[in-house]
Design a protein around this ligand. Structure first.
Ligand SMILES: [Zn+2]
Ligand SMILES: [Zn+2]
Length: 223
């Protein structure tokens, strides 16, 4: 009969390298071919849901791939009782009545990491847009100009460097670039912000004017 190995040994794989009294960081022991993380007891989690965020983070930082068993990491919830069988590639056998272990694959960990990064990027962009629009609104109020400015016919309009700009590729809130059309916003960062969506001009599609096309044709050595 295979000798069971205590899964708890592998929990040392989690977290930062061990540091003792200013010594060099020592690598943690690789007991198992996959990482193991313990789930926080539900009573300590405000959402009441098990989170494997720390375990995913450790796998990303260690750049770990899937083990021969088809997963990178194993999350052990409170109430898990089992053993890893050394002679069977350290497959985990839960005891009768144990909570189920949560397997995390490399693809799932990376996919989740990407989605979290994307969501963080969108939240950051929305905060920046709201801040820019609030700054513009204050400038408009100071100059006693109605806010928000109405959509102007006759576009596309040029940014402050003279480049024609179209729709914003960054947000879903832009009918087309327009710069502040009022006295008082002739300098400072607000001059480069679209009055409709609050994103910088560089996020808006660059359009070619007839002048740009002529200059490009004159530069084309094959013409
Ligand atoms: Zn935008
Ligand atoms: Zn815009």
């Amino acid at each position: 009969m295979p000798r069971p190995t205590r899964v708890a040994q592998a929990c040392a794989l989690l977290g930062s390298p061990l540091l003792t009294n200013g010594e060099e960081p020592r690598p943690l022991p690789s007991v198992l071919p996959y990482a193991v993380g313990l789930g926080t007891p539900l009573a300590e989690v405000p959402s009441g849901k098990l989170s494997w965020r720390r375990l995913r983070g450790a796998c990303i930082r260690s750049n770990m791939g899937d083990s021969a068993l088809g997963f990178t990491a194993l999350g052990l919830p409170p109430g898990f009782v089992g053993c890893a069988v050394a002679s069977r590639s350290w497959v985990v056998r839960p005891a009768l009545g144990s909570a189920a272990a949560h397997k995390l694959s490399h693809a799932e960990i990376l996919g989740r990491h990407r989605r979290v990064k994307e969501a963080q990027g969108i939240r950051k962009m929305e905060r920046e847009r709201a801040r820019n629009l609030a700054d513009l609104e204050r400038s408009y109020a100071t100059a006693r100009v109605a806010w928000p400015p109405p959509w102007r016919p006759g576009g596309p309009f040029a940014d402050f460097k003279g480049a024609l700009r179209g729709h914003c590729a960054r947000c879903n809130a832009c009918p087309g670039f327009d710069s502040p059309q009022m006295a008082g916003v002739s300098h400072g960062p607000a001059i480069d912000v679209c009055v409709h969506c609050g994103c910088g001009s560089m996020h808006h599609e660059k359009l070619w004017s007839d002048q740009d096309r002529k200059a490009e044709a004159a530069d084309d050595i094959l013409a």
